[in-house]
Design a binder for this molecule. Structure first.
Ligand SMILES: Cc1ncc(COP(=O)(O)O)c(C=O)c1O
Length: 277
């Protein structure tokens, strides 16, 4: 098996050699948060923003993480991997219980775990399924508790789809592992942030860059009808970049592939963040 550089509770080793307790609250309760931090051409994309979001997720769970140590570990993983393009997965759990109990003890030590793998951004056209958003009311926290996303995305896979676009009572929220953007001929639209949406870092840096380039961006509440009228739709994430939606099953859409506005936004993103990748 190929070596994957990893770190568990600050000890570096091969991912496949790490042993964890089944009483880790990450395992029993998903009492844990995480980040996915991409790097391209040896440059970390929006590192500070990822660390800040991890801090917010930890604060939401009252997890007292040593951010200096975490930052050093993430940088060390990238450095020892010798990879130019990839991402670090980093997870923080409340710790390991003596026995499974919803109410955690006061004396738990935080448990951290990270690894680094190669990943190259590739141009993708995704088939997507529209579905009800089954999730809880704090999707703004980047928790490892992702059962709603997992059930929906795997149902979508049965329909030969790669992703989902979710809605709560007809109001668009986000993708299963991405944020949603759509356009008419000249304006870019995306659902505004709320407790039902993860504040994606790719979403944020894309909006900043395209606004700077003079493109109008509207963040608002949108519904399925708005999506039906879209000329182009794309999904954003730290591993996808901007991925075009080619079709939505069960929804009548008339999407123009390689829409000029998509191509312009994608070029702005690639030039700024992906270098020659
Ligand atoms: C539910 C959800 N929304 C949005 C995103 C996009 O966030 P980011 O751009 O920070 O990767 C992700 C990323 O995995 C996600 O899981």
């Amino acid at each position: 098996m190929e070596k994957i550089h990893a770190v568990y509770n600050s000890r570096f080793s091969n991912l496949h050699e790490i042993k964890i307790s089944p009483l880790s609250r990450a395992y029993t309760f998903s009492d844990s948060v995480y980040e996915v931090i991409p790097f391209s051409n040896s440059e970390i994309i929006a590192f500070d923003k990822h660390i800040l979001r991890l801090e917010k997720s930890c604060n939401a769970l009252d997890l007292l993480l040593d951010f200096k140590k975490t930052t050093k570990e993430i940088l060390e993983l990238i450095s020892i991997s010798n990879l130019k393009n990839g991402y670090v997965y980093y997870q923080v759990s409340r710790g390991v219980d003596d026995i499974r109990s919803h109410i955690f003890s006061d004396n738990l030590s935080i448990e951290t775990f990270g690894y680094v793998v190669e990943h190259v951004f590739k141009s993708q056209k995704l088939k997507v399924m529209l579905c009800k958003d089954l999730r809880w009311h704090r999707c703004d926290i980047k928790s490892t508790s992702l059962l709603g996303n997992i059930l929906s995305m795997n149902n979508a896979k049965k329909k030969d789809c790669d992703e989902v676009i979710m809605h709560k009572d007809n109001i668009l929220t986000e993708g299963g592992a991405s944020n949603v953007f759509f356009t008419d001929s000249k304006t870019v639209f995306t659902p505004s942030l709320s407790k039902n949406i993860l504040p994606g870092i790719t979403r944020e840096i894309l909006i900043n860059e395209i606004k700077d380039a003079g493109i109008e961006v509207v963040e608002d509440e949108f519904n399925i009808n708005d999506l039906k009228k879209a000329e182009s739709i794309w999904l954003t994430s730290s591993t996808k970049g901007l991925a075009q939606v080619s079709d939505i099953v069960d929804l009548e859409v008339d999407l123009k592939e390689d829409h000029p506005l998509y191509l312009r936004c994608n070029k702005i993103f690639k030039d700024k963040f992906l270098g020659s990748c």
